[in-house]
Unconditional design. Structure first.
Length: 418
């Protein structure tokens, strides 16, 4: 069986395409069922975040075109449109890729910790859907262990660098002092919570958190001295907000040009800083044309992010060394699984031969044959049956000059000389 990782991410595709192939949590189970139904796919998991959508599969062969075709069809897109933006990694490279992703080495922000939680969610979704077997399940567990080792043994997570931190840093460049500013944060996930924490640390004047479930928004906001509202209340509070950060799973825009036009008029055109971290986007991109709006997407944060990465570069090199070792350990386990299957088949064959000989021996004893002669029959017949196949293969190897197989046979059967 081959392990395959196939996907699209922030390095290979713009946000406009990534949002079209994003798979929301509500469709993951459906996608997994469709993926596992493909003829060559034996096990599967899907990781889909704002920066990447990746398929992890155990396959009968490396049918990459089959996966690309499925991804396009699932989203009702022409596969030819997404194929140039896809990357694929087979076997050891797939293992390396998953370890790097979970360790934050393949993220837009080097070493960001949220991806590990998203990887764990991908594993749980696949486990719940029943699309994991031995290899992928073991790989996920190995991935989580290695990610923890990277966090423990390197300094990759020590600098306060994340999409949320980058967004707040960029807002700081525009406003300088946050003490008189109001922030409207839309969503209630990890990214919004981290953004709220960074803003609170910067002494933000006032915070409003909006979420589909107002109770959840209120519970999060209270921890930062703010208050929560429902998504339907956003238009009423938009004019108050100097800083707007969105990160929800909504498939439609929550902030429209008409809403912003009304808010800007009420604000007397005081500037508004907006960051849309969501994929699909929560803020209509047409709003970027408004003179008094500074609108950024996750892709626009790259410059800010780069400035805060230097302290993590040495740690990343150490993490890569850990990954090199751990890839080989997992591949050794995979090779061991192949050996287990071979040993199981060989033992089954030997047991079948034994059953046949024992059945014949029992018939001989029942017919009154001398027990000593029956024992000799059993020993002679079993010896011949168990050595016949290997003997034929060794003889053919000698006749064809296959010295490599002869040497392997010497080692396998613990023989002293050829």
């Amino acid at each position: 069986m081959s392990l395959i990782a196939l996907g699209i991410n922030h390095r290979t595709a713009p946000v406009e395409l990534r949002e079209k192939v994003s798979i929301g949590a509500e469709r993951i189970a459906e996608a997994l069922r469709g993926l596992i139904a493909l003829p060559m796919v034996r096990e599967a998991a899907i990781l889909s975040t704002c920066n990447r959508t990746e398929l992890y599969c155990g396959m009968q062969d490396e049918s990459l075109d089959l996966l690309a075709e499925w991804l396009g069809q699932f989203h009702q897109l022409d596969p030819a449109r997404i194929r140039p933006h896809l990357y694929s990694h087979p076997n050891a490279d797939a293992v390396r890729h998953m370890l790097r992703v979970a360790g934050g080495l393949d993220s837009m922000i080097l070493g960001e910790p949220q991806i590990l939680g998203q990887m764990k969610a991908a594993y749980q979704a696949a486990a719940d859907a029943g699309t994991l077997n031995t290899s992928l399940s073991r790989l996920f567990q190995h991935t989580f262990s290695v990610a923890k080792q990277i966090r423990t043994d390197t300094a990759i997570g020590e600098s306060p660098v994340s999409v949320a931190f980058a967004a707040v840093s960029l807002a700081k460049q525009i406003f300088g002092d946050f003490s008189k500013q109001t922030a409207l944060l839309i969503g209630a996930g990890d990214t919004i919570e981290l953004t709220a924490r960074h803003l609170s640390d910067q002494k933000l004047g006032r915070m409003v958190i909006a979420n589909r479930t107002q109770e959840t928004a209120h519970r999060l906001a209270v921890g930062f001295g703010g208050y929560g509202i429902g998504l339907d209340e956003i238009p009423a509070h938009l004019a108050e907000a100097d800083i707007i950060v969105t990160a929800t799973a909504s498939s439609t825009a929550l902030i429209t040009p008409a809403m912003v036009k009304t808010a800007l008029k009420a604000r007397k055109h005081r500037p508004v800083f907006m960051v849309d971290i969501a994929v699909p986007r929560n803020i209509d991109p047409a709003i970027s044309a408004f003179e008094d709006v500074y609108l950024y997407t996750v892709d626009d944060l790259q410059e800010v992010i780069t400035e805060n990465l230097r302290s993590r570069q040495d740690a990343a090199l150490q993490a890569e060394e850990i990954i090199d070792i751990q890839v080989e350990r997992f591949m050794a386990w995979m090779r061991g699984q192949d050996a287990v299957a071979a040993i199981r088949d060989y033992r089954l064959q030997a047991e079948q031969e034994r059953e046949q000989v024992m059945k014949k021996a029992a018939q001989m004893l029942a017919a009154g044959k001398d027990p000593q002669r029956v024992l000799e029959f059993v020993a002679h017949t079993l010896t011949n049956k168990l050595t016949h196949g290997p003997s034929v293969q060794i003889r053919q190897a000698a006749e064809s000059g296959n010295l490599e197989l002869l040497d392997a046979a010497m080692e396998l059967f613990n023989l002293n000389s050829r």
